[in-house]
Design a protein around this ligand. Structure first.
Ligand code: NAD
Length: 340
């Protein structure tokens, strides 16, 4: 049977809103995060009280695939599909969003969640916590947070670090911005998806920290590709070169965990071993470099390396669109083929 609003309503007749969690955005990260969240919560609960799990994605097939996989593993769990974020906000007091970027967050919150919260009884809205884990523009996130709070609910920005592997393993780091009270109230949920939950400050602070981290990562991945290519041109064995870098001062995550050269890390399986599939998309890294350069421009903070990196990622996405969805370590392929 296709899960639908009718199922959702049937389920929520027995599941109070306070006991229901919605997850909106089941992409590379969200699917795995929601799976950890729901399965751990279901297992911990042990059937002692009714719990409702609700998923929502712009691609209905993603939500259906999630429900089907989850129901197979946990046949006694109450899982339903919300056809819109509005349905999710009606039925759940905890709403996690994991969307691509600023426009998606704006449209989900301004178009659906905030108007729904405004229509709910004041006590019901007050018992609602939204957790947005998307990496997006700091100022837009603050505006969204202001509107959620005006509608009577609470919200934190909780972007993540740790990639698809961390999402799968439940070992993400959450960088949180919002009130201390909402942070504390959200911790039990975040800890089912991550290992480190770091309070960074008021609304937008989690995103600020995330953007600073990713600008380093975006630059580092390019430099590692440059060094590996230079080493190859000097006749060095990539396995030896990677081992040298990783035990020397050039060592970094982009080299030791996400090395872009196939076979350079014999004990690991970075995305380059799978034709650069299943990692952090080049297009998403371009977005993050844009978030960094935009915010730096507004604050007049110097960013010469990040600007150069952003231009390179933009060129890759334009000239080699097939690399846009591949892991951003595929910058190595682009440099190798273009010898810039
Ligand atoms: P993704 O594109 O794989 O997933 C986004 C999901 O959101 C898709 O399933 C899409 O259908 C859904 N969606 C889009 N608009 C929607 C809407 N209006 N309503 C409901 N669903 C909607 O992206 P991802 O890789 O999962 O990344 C999500 C966020 O996490 C991004 O902000 C990204 O920068 C950040 N992030 C990603 C990684 C990574 O390694 N992929 C690591 C850290 C942070």
């Amino acid at each position: 049977m296709r899960p639908s609003l009718r199922n959702l309503q049937a389920a929520t007749r027995v599941i109070p809103r306070a006991k229901s969690i919605s997850f909106i955005g089941l992409g590379q990260m969200g699917y795995r995060m929601a799976y950890n969240l729901f399965s751990k919560q279901h297992t911990a609960n042990g059937g002692s009280e009714p719990l409702g799990f609700v998923v929502c994605d712009a691609l209905p097939d993603s939500a259906r695939a999630f429900c089907s996989e989850f129901s197979k593993q946990f046949p006694d769990a109450q899982i339903s599909i919300a056809n819109t974020p509005e349905e999710a906000a009606i039925f759940s007091s905890r709403i996690v969003t994991m969307l691509p970027s600023s426009p998606h967050v704006q449209s989900v919150y301004a178009g659906f969640i905030v108007p729904t919260l405004q229509k709910l009884h004041a006590n019901t809205s007050a018992n609602t916590i939204c957790i947005d884990s998307t990496t997006l523009d700091v100022d837009i996130a603050r505006e969204v947070a202001t509107n959620v709070i005006k509608a009577g609910a609470q919200i934190i920005d909780a972007p993540v670090s740790g990639g698809v592997t961390g999402a799968q393993a439940g070992t993400l780091s959450f960088l949180v911005g919002g009130t201390q009270e909402t942070f504390e109230a959200s911790k039990p949920i975040l800890s089912l998806m991550g290992q480190r939950i770091i309070y960074c400050g008021p609304s937008g602070a989690g995103l600020g920290a995330k953007i600073c981290n990713n600008l380093i990562l975006g630059v580092e991945q390019i430099v590692v590709a440059e060094a590996m290519l230079l080493g190859e041109s000097l006749g060095l064995d990539p396995v030896i070169l990677a081992a040298v870098i990783n035990s020397s001062t050039g060592g970094c995550w982009s080299s030791s965990a996400n090395n872009p050269v196939p076979s350079a890390l014999p004990d690991k399986s970075p995305p380059c071993e799978r034709d650069y599939e299943g990692g952090f998309a080049t297009a998403l890294m371009l977005k993050d470099m844009g978030l960094a350069t935009d915010v730096a421009q507004q604050r007049q903070s110097p960013l010469p390396m990040a600007k150069a990196a952003k231009e390179l990622y933009a060129r890759i996405v334009e000239k080699r669109p097939e690399l846009a969805k591949k892991d951003f370590s595929s910058v190595y392929l682009y440099l190798k083929d273009n010898r810039e």
